[in-house]
Design a protein around this ligand. Structure first.
Ligand code: NAD
Length: 447
């Protein structure tokens, strides 16, 4: 049985990639793998019926070598400490792949926001932020939206922090804020826009030999929230046909392409995509196996696993979600010749525009949408090039790496089992770990 624990998966990915990196001091890899700080808070909230309930929240700071921690806050009934640890570590590697000056962090509160009023959600947000105290801050750890949190949640976070820190510019304490209170143009669409940019650019570099571009391609998307819903629209605008989408209630399919306006209307009116006229209802499991050219998981972790990877019927997987593919599934897809554009590259558009928002907040400026999108595209394309180049480099120098078994006693010990050709995730990790390790060594280990 493969593990579905996200932190165990994040560590396995890290360990696998670290075998391709030589010459670091012994113990350095181990130190980069673990989070710097895990904060757990438990707090009471008065519910609408007057009863009091205790909630548990986490904030994990994985690494700060390259800058303040950065990462979203998730509200979900299945949040666990290990999930938040994993998400925080993926943020470290993502920021390093994109070369934005942040470390990695993540937060989560165990709650079911769909079953709670806006008032309860606001009280949870404010109390969680108050309990975190100075664990977050504009120069230490900067939250953002994630599953079930949005601009309004970010506004409450800002307001709570500003109440606790009067008389200073607190805008950079959180990103993904509403436009009229320090938010950035383009932030809401940034993750999905980044997914589109990375896909287009990677296809132009030939990562999926059977697919020359997005125009005319058939897309299946799991998750129809901030990332999946907007990605659907952007891919259609780019000339693709979205043939299947899903949300937590189930999925729908139309082999000739869905009428996206009708899907969006139905989702707005009923809260779900299921039931749009002239579509076939499918389960979420079936969605992942729909024949398509590009499969975009945009919901939660561990969706593509050893059990379904042999039946995935796509030419390319683009990870809009964090951690949707398990290591066993990665190996199966690689063996089947299905490339995976990994989360730490593909969904990095959100943190990239969050970085732009943070910079704008320090300057008290607001950049034009065109300016934001142009800068986003440039950074995403540069990161895509860097990951593809790293994969080519790893796979061409591999025999040399295999021969380099004579590490000095102070160096990281070398595992003698032969290395397999690196996939794109491994390449992205190697790029990211090397960047974080370099800065760590330049700074020196305190004291
Ligand atoms: P969201 O809450 O806006 O949307 C999540 C969507 O997933 C909803 O449509 C929900 O119904 C659906 N969903 C939940 N469980 C599902 C299941 N079992 N099967 C199918 N669909 C399911 O969240 P989001 O911000 O769009 O985040 C989605 C993913 O993208 C997460 O993995 C998140 O970490 C990642 N991500 C988000 C951002 C961002 O800027 N929001 C940035 C990078 C990565």
């Amino acid at each position: 049985m493969e593990t579905l624990n996200p932190f165990a998966i994040a560590q396995e990915q890290f360990d696998h990639a670290s075998r391709y990196i030589l010459g670091l001091p012994g113990g350095m890899m181990d130190s980069l793998k673990h989070p710097r700080r895990v904060v757990t808070v438990e707090f009471p909230i008065e519910m609408d019926d007057g009863t009091v309930r205790t909630f548990i929240g986490y904030r994990v700071l994985h690494n700060q070598a390259r800058g303040p921690g950065k990462g979203g806050i998730r509200f979900h009934p299945e949040v666990t400490e290990d999930e938040v640890r994993a998400l925080a570590s993926w943020m470290t590697w993502k920021c390093a792949v994109l070369d934005v000056p942040f470390g990695g962090a993540k937060g989560g509160v165990i709650c079911d926001p769909k079953a709670m009023s806006e008032g309860v959600r606001r009280r949870i947000t404010r109390r969680y932020v108050t309990e975190l105290g100075d664990a977050i801050g504009p120069a230490t750890d900067v939250p953002a939206p994630d599953v079930n949190t949005d601009e309004r949640t970010m506004a409450w976070i800002y307001d709570t922090y500003a109440m606790l820190h009067p008389g200073q510019n607190n805008l950079p304490v959180v990103t993904g804020k509403p436009l009229d209170m320090g938010g950035s143009w383009g932030r809401r669409e940034a993750t999905a826009r980044g997914v589109l940019t990375v896909t287009r650019h990677a296809l132009a570099q030939g990562v999926a030999p059977g697919l020359s571009g997005i125009r005319g391609s058939r897309i299946a998307i799991q998750g129809f929230g901030n990332v999946g819903g907007i990605a659907a629209r952007l891919f259609v605008e780019a000339g693709a046909h979205v043939v299947a989408v899903s949300d937590s209630s189930g999925g729908i399919m139309a082999p000739d392409g869905l009428d996206l306006a009708a899907v969006e209307r139905h989702k707005r009116e009923t809260g779900s995509v299921v039931g749009v006229t002239d579509t076939t209802t499918i389960s979420n499991d079936e969605l992942l196996e729909v024949p398509c050219d590009i499969l975009i998981p945009a919901a939660l972790e561990c969706q593509i696993r050893a059990s379904n990877a042999p039946r995935i019927a796509t030419q390319l997987v683009v990870e809009a979600a964090n951690g949707p593919t398990t290591p066993a599934a990665d190996r199966i897809l690689f063996a089947r010749g299905i490339p995976v554009l990994p989360d730490i590259l593909a969904n990095a558009g959100g943190v990239t525009v969050s970085y732009f928002e943070w910079v704008q907040n320090f300057e008290n400026e607001q950049w034009d949408l065109d300016d934001v999108n142009r800068r986003l595209r440039r950074r995403m394309e540069r990161a895509t090039d860097a990951v593809i180049a790293k994969q080519q480099e790893l796979n061409s120098v591999m025999p040399k790496i295999e021969g380099a078994l004579d590490a000095t006693p102070t160096e990281q010990p070398v595992d003698a089992t032969p290395l397999e050709p690196a996939d794109l995730r491994t390449a992205a990790y190697v790029l990211a770990i090397s960047r974080v390790a370099n800065v760590t060594l330049e700074r020196g280990v305190w004291p």
